[in-house]
Design a protein around this ligand. Structure first.
Ligand code: CTP
Length: 466
């Protein structure tokens, strides 16, 4: 197969011109994505020679203005051009030491380089040499595996995975992103070697988890992680959600499967990674809060608050960002039952205003999560929930227009209160502030300065003059 028409970027011709004595190839993910017709902004070039020298020569030839980034220890060099990240490496023969990911590197041929790659679909190369420019070099029939939607290692999987255990997660991640199967021998090897993920850094595991979560149907990946034995090692909290229990003829649903369904539902509507994390963690504290109480049956009281507290522990362990993204996830986990409870009851203005006040700008995401959380098999129940939900959504819009609660700031501040009554910061300031906030949220007074000022005078009068 010749792919020269597809080699659009000028770097390919540059390589061909500049490396007459050292054969060079486009390899890896770029070739895979090209054959799949997926857009790819990363170009990897392997040269049987010095990757660093070739990168520097190409950058000069192409008039790249920024410096070439050189990683001497790895024998690689990289630059950016037209939104592409272009990386050069010398062909290598690698053997990894069993206790770490640090490879012992030796120079090698193209075939050596292809042997040490993770999957047949990632081990294809396109020649950039003048004599056969554009020819596909595919020693493990990666093309066939692309057609069959099959992920397998080029060598014995036990060797490929023990060389770099991250590849076990990558196999599952590619299967999820591309909706491919993992070949039985490859998957069995993952099961045998699952424990080896313990030597991986938390950051690299999180990177793969994020890619699984961002896939069109993340549940595929989490199920494979579970069956492979990896999930229990990297995410025991999710394993604890598994299973159902019956007592007195009452059972509760399997919260692991329910959670995955909610994540998939969210994924259909939003590509926001953090909303998907909130879906993954929304019921995370159900195991700890599970009780059986008559007459109601199974309850999980407070799981939303305890779950919200668990978010930071999980984020810390996984080296996920501990910034406003984490706060957003905590908030959605804490509030995830509120719209449902609202929808079950008579939908009062005051309850909707309070929800708006607490959710702020994240109200739409919260509503999306709640809708995704309705996974009952009982059609009647689902319909009733969705109908009530519509009512809540309409009320949200109506009240927001009228009262602007979303980014609510009380019209009278603590400063105003202290100044007017000539008092220092004290408990009474808080009491008056809360009273004004509650009066606005309960609809007793409108959300404006005059009404709030009047209430402040009344409340202050009561507090300070008996
Ligand atoms: N590779 C490998 N083992 C790894 C990581 C990467 O063999 N643990 C090889 C594969 O041939 C891969 C190439 O290096 O195709 C480039 O790696 P990377 O950029 O991480 O992955 P891509 O396959 O390009 O896919 P993605 O960008 O989606 O991660």
């Amino acid at each position: 197969m010749n792919l020269k028409e597809h080699l659009q970027h000028p770097v390919f011709r540059a390589v061909s011109e500049l490396s007459p004595n050292h054969p060079a190839y486009a390899v890896g993910g770029f070739v895979r994505d090209l054959l799949l017709g997926r857009p790819c902004k990363d170009i990897d070039i392997v040269v049987v020679g010095s990757g660093i020298e070739l990168a520097e020569a190409c950058a000069k030839y192409l008039g790249v203005s920024q410096e070439v980034a050189v990683f001497k220890n790895f024998g690689t060099a990289m630059f950016h051009q037209d939104g592409y990240e272009i990386e050069f490496v010398g062909a290598r023969k690698e053997s990894y030491e069993s206790h770490s990911r640090k490879p012992a590197v030796e120079n090698g041929s193209l075939q050596d380089d292809q042997n040490r790659r993770d999957f047949t679909i990632n081990a294809m190369a396109i020649s950039l040499n003048k004599e056969n420019y554009g020819e596909l070099v595919d020693p493990f029939d990666g093309q066939e595996d692309l057609k069959k939607k099959n992920i397998q290692t080029p060598l014995d999987p036990d060797i490929t995975f023990s060389d770099d255990p991250l590849r076990m997660l990558r196999a599952i991640r590619f299967a999820t992103q591309l909706n491919f199967d993992i070949a039985p021998e490859t998957f069995e090897s993952i099961q045998r070697n699952a424990e080896r993920v313990k030597i991986l850094s938390a950051e690299r595991i999180a990177e793969e988890l994020n890619k699984i979560l961002l896939a069109p149907k993340p549940s595929l990946g989490f199920k494979l992680l579970d069956i492979s034995g990896i999930l229990g090692i990297i995410f025991p909290e999710l394993i604890a959600l598994k299973g159902t229990e019956s007592r007195n003829g009452r059972s509760h649903k399997d919260n692991f499967l329910h959670t995955l369904e909610v994540v998939d539902n969210v994924a259909e509507k939003s590509s926001n990674l953090w909303l998907r994390w909130a879906a993954l963690l929304h019921d995370i504290a159900k195991p700890q809060t599970k009780r059986f109480e008559m007459p109601g049956g199974w309850t999980f009281h407070g799981h939303e608050f305890i779950g919200s507290k668990m978010v930071s522990r999980i984020f810390k362990r996984m080296r996920l960002p501990l910034n406003e993204k984490m706060k957003y996830v905590e908030k959605l986990v804490a509030l995830h039952l509120r719209p449902i409870v609202l929808a079950e009851d008579i939908v009062t203005d005051s309850a909707v205003r309070r929800l708006l006040f607490e959710a702020g700008d994240d109200i739409d995401d919260l509503m999306l999560l709640c809708n995704a959380d309705i996974t009952s098999k009982n059609r009647e129940k689902v319909k009733r929930y969705h109908d009530n939900f519509k009512l809540v959504s309409e009320k949200l819009v109506e009240l927001e227009e009228k009262d602007r609660i979303r980014n609510f700031q009380p019209p009278v501040t603590g400063e105003d209160i202290m100044k007017h009554f000539n008092i220092p910061p004290c408990r009474e300031v808080g009491i008056i502030k809360d009273r004004i906030k509650d009066a606005i949220l309960d609809g007793e007074i409108p959300n404006n300065f005059d009404a709030a000022w009047k209430l402040m005078l009344d409340e202050g009068g009561k507090l300070f003059n008996g």
